[in-house]
Each structure stands twice: as C-alpha cells, then as structure tokens.
Design a protein around this ligand. Structure first.
Ligand SMILES: *[C@@H]1O[C@H](CO)[C@@H](O)[C@H](O)[C@H]1NC(C)=O
Ligand SMILES: *[C@@H]1O[C@H](CO)[C@@H](O)[C@H](O)[C@H]1NC(C)=O
Ligand SMILES: *[C@@H]1O[C@H](CO)[C@@H](O)[C@H](O)[C@H]1NC(C)=O
Length: 385
C-alpha cells in the first residue's frame, strides 16, 4: 500500500529528513492544543506559556493564516492581548514549544547539524507595538532568536545582531536557523514570500544548545499591553540537507480551489486509509503510554537591552501545568513534579475526524501518511498536492 501511496503524490522536494513537524493538517483544531498537559505530553506541541484566558483567545488556526506559498493546510495565529501575562509576569507571552513523542528522542533536537524552519508574518489589523522589544522564535538560552522593535525585525546570534530587515505587516518572512550544535555555530537562511531560502548570514559562533523542548514558537513582548497578532506556518526541524523551497510550488493551485487531479489522488489513496489509520492510532497510544522525562523551561526574561536574565530550570515533571511553576523575575523556580503520567488520559486524542469532501479526505490521508512516514525519516511535504 505504501507503493500506491507514493505513486499518488508528486515526487519529494525535501532535501533532508524531518525530526519534528509542527505543520498543521486540516483537522487540527485549537482544542487540540489543550489536549497537551504535563501529565499528557502528546506531540506535536507543548502549550503552557500564555495568559489566563481560553486558548482560543491566544491561538487560532486557518488556511488564511499560512504563507500562501506553503503547502500547509492551515497556519497559526498567535495573539498577545491585555491578558497575556503568564504566571503574573509583566511581559506579554504566547508561545508554543515543540513536543517530541517519547518514541523519538527530544535530545535529537539539540544535537548534530539541524535546520529550524518557520515562516512568520505580522498582522496589519493588529500590528505589533513598535516601541516594545519582542523576542520571537527563541531558544531558552537565547543563543539565537529574532527580535522586533522600532519597525525592525532582526536576527541575533551569540548576543549580536547579524541581520535586520524593516518589518512590513502582511508580508511573509521565511527563515531557517542553521544550527550546528556540535561545532557551536549558527547561521541564517531567509527569504520573502514564496522565494526560496538563501543564506543571509553564514555561520557565526554561538553557545548553541537545546534540550529539545525549549524552542519558543511564539512572541514575547517585554513592555507591550495592546493586542497584536502574528502568523506562523512551515514550522519544522530538519536534519541533513537543507530544504530551500517554501512549499513545492503546486500549492498555489491547491489553495485556489479543487482540482481534478486532487480528486483522483484522493481516490487512489483511499485504500491506504484504513491501515494508515490503525498504525497512527497505535503510535499515538504508544506515545501516551510512555513516561517521558520532560524538561520544563521557565523563560523569566531575557534581552540584550534589558537587565533581566533567563533562567532555565530542568525538572522531571508530570504534574499539571497549573502546578508546574510560579516564576518570578528575580529567582529561578523549581517545579515540583507529582503524579505519574496517565496512560489512559489521552485516548481521546487518537480519535480521527470523519472527512466529508474529497479535499478533506486527501488532506487527512496525507496527514496520516505523514504521521507514519515522518517516523521513518520521510517528510510531510513529500505528499503535497
Ligand atoms: C482589555 O481589552 C479589552 C478589549 O480591547 C477591553 O474591553 C478591556 O477593558 C481591557 N482590559 C484591561 C484590563 O485593560
Ligand atoms: C526581503 O525584502 C526586504 C525588503 O522588504 C529586503 O530588504 C530583504 O533583503 C529581503 N530578504 C531577502 C532574504 O531577500
Ligand atoms: C493532524 O495532525 C495532528 C498533529 O500532528 C495529528 O495528531 C492528527 O492525527 C492529524 N490528523 C489526521 C487526520 O491525520
């Protein structure tokens, strides 16, 4: 059945293999983010750094929120508003963190030579506060990150700014952090819109490290208090050769409406659905049953221009996030783990929605195959239509 599935989709444009993917399929909903907790650490996202409101106040998914050039089914909108104060901090924060499934090793995300991909756009409707320093797509130690302030998006590594561009709202910026953990170097690849990535900063020295659960996909605004929206898509972590393309060039027709070839591909792969479904269900259950050793990171504050510093606290935690930590700006906080992970807790997360249109069936089949094949080192974008 795999042979048939491969034949039904265009050839791969992916250069490396994907260690972790945060690309949203059509069935992913905002409610899915809430399925994650310290006692139910399901891939692909940790969700705990946010204000006290409902998740839907801070996160939204839509095909309108992605880079139109990307093959993702949906993009993510992260919002900061006047409630976005996590655990009593004075900074606005809405941040997701990649969650590996226990069947993979989180430490893989912090070793070797990897590319951390993401596309980013700032909203014109709720534009960012230009006077506040923003930290975006950062690691716990801030060895590399984007910053935004004074209408400028800049890339920092090892504490210095190596690249900057005037931020235009509504425009898509694509990035890949080129991180060589072994040789302690970081470079930057970038492009605009649908352009392929080019190297804009060749690798510089930096104290590159990651525990595999400290890449903050989101925005921290040091002194903002208004409402601002940022959009994300194409978030994935690649090993091996760098994929430079944003999508595979065929997504323009896919986003423009149904095509007959889409329908044919959906029909051709329907037979793969049931076996793929059972395999995915099995892997989700395996994921849930395994007891992870998570690391909880508490980004207290960090900035080259502010006096605060970042504290990274490694703990073994399986307690609920509400019990996890009460950080302060001045002292490290140690979370106190309690309960053992519940193997039964996440059975609902394995439930699969029932697709209705050919397009949805295709997207779901693609997502299922992606879930399976990613584990074998093959990437989602192999199945772009
Ligand atoms: C937050 O913003 C909302 C809508 O803009 C407004 O109604 C509310 O009063 C604000 N709350 C605070 C605490 O400023
Ligand atoms: C993206 O466009 C800006 C102008 O808005 C330009 O300064 C920048 O060099 C472009 N980036 C790349 C990677 O081409
Ligand atoms: C959609 O993506 C999520 C997250 O990767 C995954 O858990 C889910 O199984 C996918 N849905 C389908 C129908 O494949």
């Amino acid at each position: 059945m795999k042979g048939a599935a491969f034949l039904a989709f265009p050839a791969s444009t992916l250069a490396g293999s994907v260690l972790w993917s945060g690309i949203f399929n059509s069935s992913y909903t905002v409610a899915d983010f809430d399925e994650w907790s310290w006692s139910n650490q399901i891939a692909p996202w940790q969700w705990y750094i946010h204000g006290d409101g409902e998740t839907s106040e801070y996160l939204a998914l839509s095909s309108d929120y992605k880079n139109p050039a990307a093959s993702d089914a949906q993009g993510l909108r992260t919002r900061l508003d006047n409630t976005s104060f996590w655990e009593g901090q004075s900074m606005q924060r809405t941040e997701l963190i990649p969650q590996m499934s226990p069947s993979s090793s989180a430490s893989d995300l912090g070793s070797g030579h990897l590319y951390y991909h993401f596309s980013l756009s700032a909203s014109s409707t709720n534009p960012p506060s230009s006077s506040s320093e923003h930290q975006i797509a950062f690691f716990e130690s801030h060895f590399t990150e984007l910053q935004y302030q004074d209408n400028t998006l800049k890339w920092n590594a090892g504490g210095d700014t190596h690249y900057s561009v005037e931020l235009e709202t509504g425009k898509w910026y694509n990035f890949a952090y080129d991180i060589d953990f072994d040789n302690q170097k970081v470079g930057l690849w970038a492009s605009n819109g649908s352009d392929a990535l080019t190297e804009v900063v060749s690798p510089v020295s930096a104290s590159a490290s990651s525990n595999g659960a400290d890449f903050h996909v989101g925005v921290l605004s040091l002194t903002g208090d208004g409402t601002e929206d940022w959009f994300w898509s194409g978030v994935y972590i690649e090993k091996g050769d760098l994929t430079k393309s944003i999508g595979d060039g065929s997504s323009a027709s896919a986003s423009g409406g149904e095509s007959s070839s889409t329908t044919v591909a959906a029909a051709a792969t329907t037979s793969a659905t049931s076996s793929a479904t059972s395999a995915v269900t099995t892997s989700v259950e395996a994921t849930t049953a395994a007891a992870a050793t998570p690391t909880q990171d508490v980004a207290v504050a960090s900035s080259s221009t502010s006096a605060a510093s970042t504290t990274s606290v490694a703990t073994t935690s399986s307690s609920e996030s509400t019990a996890a930590a009460t950080p302060s700006a001045s002292a490290p906080v140690i979370a106190t783990p309690s309960a053992a992970p519940s193997a039964a807790a996440a059975s609902g997360s394995a439930a699969l929605p029932v697709p209705t249109t050919a397009s949805e069936i295709l997207t779901d089949v693609r997502a299922l195959l992606t879930a399976l094949l990613t584990r074998q080192g093959v990437h989602a974008r192999d199945f772009t239509v």
